[in-house]
Design a protein around this ligand. Structure first.
Ligand SMILES: NC(=O)c1ccc[n+]([C@@H]2O[C@H](COP(=O)([O-])OP(=O)(O)OC[C@H]3O[C@@H](n4cnc5c(N)ncnc54)[C@H](OP(=O)(O)O)[C@@H]3O)[C@@H](O)[C@H]2O)c1
Length: 173
């Protein structure tokens, strides 16, 4: 079982603009059947974690909740779950949530959806194994940082998927 942080990023290391827009990303060309694409990645995922801002973005932009896997949303607020979805809100320690996610995933991998600091919290606890980055051909200048930590990584795979340079990294420490 592996814990992945899989996300798209600008060339200068931001996953959203300061206004939390992803318009720069959604207009890019990407082949869902191509290398390191989302459908193949998510097929091996048994549980997800995301921060409250990411959750609110998904809720505001997707009319239906598209994740079949149990999902943990980190928040200090009282947020509403999507109807019929297995979404669990938590402000607990990432180690405890990781244990619950592992139990729910039935041997499949875990995905930290974002943001970057939440992925960093898992890395701080030694619980982040891989970082998958899809680099869009834009710079944003400011925004939500992709992974605001000091980490050493090993590049284990690289590919081009249409507009994107895709890198898969193993977290060393
Ligand atoms: N480019 C991509 O593919 C991609 C991928 C993922 C996300 N995104 C975007 O990137 C942006 C990320 O936003 P963000 O940097 O604000 O990160 P975020 O992780 O989505 O949200 C941060 C919030 O999560 C809650 N939180 C985080 N850790 C917590 C903990 N340990 N306990 C309790 N609550 C915790 C806090 O919310 P409360 O105030 O509720 O406590 C915090 O303000 C969003 O706009 C998202 O849509 C882009």
């Amino acid at each position: 079982m592996t814990t992945h942080y899989y996300t798209a990023t600008s060339l200068d290391g931001f996953i959203a603009t300061p206004e939390h827009s992803l318009d720069w990303l959604l207009k890019q060309d990407f082949d869902d059947e191509g290398p390191m694409a989302y459908p193949g990645f998510v097929a091996d995922i048994g549980a997800l974690a995301m921060g409250a801002t990411t959750y609110e973005w998904v809720r505001a932009h997707d009319p239906v909740w598209s994740y079949a896997q149990p999902t943990w949303v980190f928040t200090h607020r009282d947020l509403a779950p999507p109807a019929g979805a297995d979404v669990r809100f938590t402000s607990g320690d990432v180690r405890e949530v990781y244990a619950d996610m592992t139990a729910a995933a039935s041997g499949r991998d875990l995905w930290i959806v974002g943001g970057g600091d939440l992925a960093g919290q898992f890395a701080d606890a030694g619980l982040l194994d891989e970082v998958w980055l899809q680099y869009a051909p834009v710079t944003l200048g400011a925004g939500s940082p992709v992974l605001p930590r000091e980490l050493e990584l090993e590049l284990v795979d690289v590919a081009r998927n249409r507009a994107f340079l895709c890198g898969r990294y193993r977290v060393i420490r």
